[in-house]
Design a protein around this ligand. Structure first.
Ligand SMILES: [Ca+2]
Ligand SMILES: [Ca+2]
Length: 367
């Protein structure tokens, strides 16, 4: 009968059925993973503006100030001009640098610090930074660097009278394959976050896509280098509590801030996890209160796929009493990208707030 002719080939040809099933499975997986990644990127989130009255954009910062660290005397360091494969840049051919601003001045300006001879300035690509003051008052600046998209941590000595940085040491290590940020705990000692497990761009993409959660925190010292915390989706900003007992780590794609207890052998154990509704980047500490300030990306899709007509937004959160059972989270600043795009860090000193961005400008506010 005619009907057997129609149904026959489908039954007799299992390859067609199998390939259809595989196709469907692929489509289902693609939808499933893109849904997962849309959620991880908060791709549909928009922000409501939270304005601050006394703010202006900082002159001389046009291509990102990914990280900012302020010394107790009010000198602020900016890491500027980060470039990463696949990430937008407004100055793709200009090397990065370190700027400094004296927040004690009435109208502070950002000045580029001179870097000692012998350091390769042409390939300088600074990312996360951290300052450390030694017992003899020497100030060290630790800088995550990506020369030719590789991963190093550079240690500089800050020479205030000359407005310059003296390069002391370049650190490369197999446990530092994709460094994002550092927190210095000694003149050659630091904790660092790896935002990926792999250093190869394709494998990086794959591990993020598959959400392997293989990223970690590493402790580095001249005598010992070890993984001290792992299992993060993408470990990013890192900082230390004012009493030096706890380490805070931002997991950007999991929208979490982890509080870890630091032990005498420098190992870390997890104390608690704070869940937020935004992509958390760098963390800084308000020295007057111990509050944690978080530079956030409300919508990761807009951040990673740059469209000037629909730019990434900015958001700064303040976390009070992070160790308590119910920390208070407030929005300090939020903007849809009309003023500031892609905030990655916020840092305060004496009622002055600095907000840096991944590849856009930086904001100075008087609170
Ligand atoms: Ca930092
Ligand atoms: Ca970061």
């Amino acid at each position: 009968m005619d009907s057997t002719k129609v149904t026959g080939p489908e039954i007799k040809n299992p390859d067609v059925g199998t390939s259809l099933a595989v196709q469907w499975l692929r489509i289902c997986f693609a939808i499933f993973f893109s849904f997962l990644n849309r959620n991880r990127l908060k791709a549909s989130r928009e922000v409501e503006s939270v304005d601050l009255p006394n703010c202006h954009l900082i002159k001389g910062i046009e291509a990102g100030a990914e990280d900012i660290d302020i010394l107790p005397n009010g000198l602020a360091f900016f890491s500027v001009g980060l470039k990463c494969p696949g990430l937008h840049s407004f100055a793709p051919d200009k090397p990065g640098g370190i700027l400094m601003m004296d927040l004690n001045e009435e109208n502070p300006r950002a000045l580029e610090l001179r870097i000692s001879r012998g350091f390769n300035l042409a390939s300088f690509n600074p990312h996360g930074i951290s300052t450390f003051i030694d017992s003899d008052d020497t100030v060290y600046l630790f800088v995550v660097n990506h020369p030719e998209f590789k991963n190093t941590v550079e240690i500089f000595k800050f020479e205030e009278e000359e407005n310059s940085l003296l390069h002391l040491k370049t650190i490369k290590h197999e446990l530092l394959p994709s460094v994002n940020d550092v927190i210095a705990v000694g003149p050659e000692h630091f904790y660092a976050t790896n935002d990926h497990y792999f250093s190869d761009p394709f494998l990086k993409y794959l591990e993020t896509y598959l959400n392997l959660r293989w990223t970690n925190v590493v402790y580095y010292s001249p005598n010992e280098v070890k993984v001290v915390a792992e299992g993060f989706d993408s470990a990013n900003g890192i900082n230390i509590s004012p009493d030096k007992k706890y380490i805070y780590v931002a997991d950007i794609l999991a929208h979490e801030i982890h509080v870890l207890e630091k032990h005498p052998n420098m190992n870390l154990t997890q104390l608690k996890v704070l869940k937020l509704d935004t992509l958390v980047d760098n963390l800084s500490i308000d020295p007057s209160s111990g509050d944690v300030l978080v530079g956030c990306h409300p919508n990761g899709q807009k951040l990673f796929v740059y469209d000037p007509k629909n730019p990434p937004s900015s958001e700064v959160l303040r976390i009070q009493d992070i160790l308590s059972e119910k920390p208070t989270v407030t929005t300090v600043y939020a903007n849809n990208g009309s003023v500031l795009q892609g905030s990655s860090v916020a840092s305060v000193y004496d009622k002055k707030l600095l907000i840096g961005t991944l590849y856009h400008r930086a904001l100075y506010c008087e609170l």
